[in-house]
Design a protein around this ligand. Sequence first.
Ligand code: GLA
Length: 388
Amino acid sequence: MTSAASAAFAGVYGRPPELAWHAPGRINVIGEHTDYNDGFVLPAAIPQGVTAAVGARTDGLVRIASAQFPGPPAAVRLDDLAPGRLPGGAGYAAGVVWELARRGLPVTGVDIHLDGDVPQGAGLSSSAALECAVAGALDDLWRLGLPPATLVDVARRAENDFVGMPCGVMDQSAALLSRAGHLLFLDTRDMTTRHVPFDPGAFGLELLVIDTRAPHRLVDGEYARRRRECAEACRILGVSALRDLDPGDLPAALARLAPPVASRVRHVVTENARVLATVALLTEGADPRRIGPLLDAAHRSLRDDYEVSSIELDTAAESAVAAGAYGARMIGGGFGGSVLALIDSDRRGATKDAVRNGAARAGLPEPAFLTVTPAAGAGPVPPRAGSA
Ligand code: GLA
């Protein structure tokens, strides 16, 4: 691991760590609010992530420290671990330990030190990065031998059942299964993946993340409400998941549903179709500019049908497109966070200026920017030959 991660661990715990894992945050090119509907997603890992350095304990104590929250580590006995017991970032790490123990795996206690550079609250899945870094590190530390797909499930269960956020499986999959230079095409029904090569730089393009820096509002409650609305639609329509509907089924399905459930269904069904269209274009080697209209359509659908956008997200997407972006859309759960724009690399400065000015004119916070390239999924630091 880096000497900085090792020194930070030693500074807190007075001994060197045994090993460390890094797991990335993610963007999502397309496929939003489809992952809990058995649908398709197309995320990618980003270079920013979380590193978890760990050292085993044999006394059943779990201690968690973070460079982002200096101070004494949070400490809890394995026997006392229970949902809601630890707030904040420590809760995500503790949830992973709890989930491994719940599966009957030999969990003995551990010291954990976390350090990350994923902007918080930007919709780039810093929490999934944290969970996955800890899951990978603990699997390695305790020689559990869990396959990546199981680590995805462990991290996702930690977030669902320990933290209490009813997220789907996209973020943890992106953090653990991504490949550098590729987008991760994931079918969340059967969890099959395809790594789709994506090199916008070869076309003079890049992906610009616009972090609106708007406070998240009501995210958790609204997210859970959307899930309930989708479940309600499935009950009425007699399908096991919205994935079972094709665009051709929409007129008949919508006729049986009342607002807002009808528009939620329209979003999910058309969004799945947009993911497939995007993957088809990229697979045939098309100029990535051609996915721009699909990104714009996804934004409109999230704004008007799924109603998870915000004035900050809409303003950023509109300003980017007005400045020449080929497509721009909100990413992640919504109600704040980031917009992803596909732009000509030589328009980066002009796009940023336009987005900044757009926010200022609307009286909104000044956005922050990040240019991202598809990065590798989680792994030990430094990388080791033959490790998971
Ligand atoms: C959040 C969740 C994901 C996914 C997105 C919306 O990021 O954690 O599982 O549902 O929202 O696509």
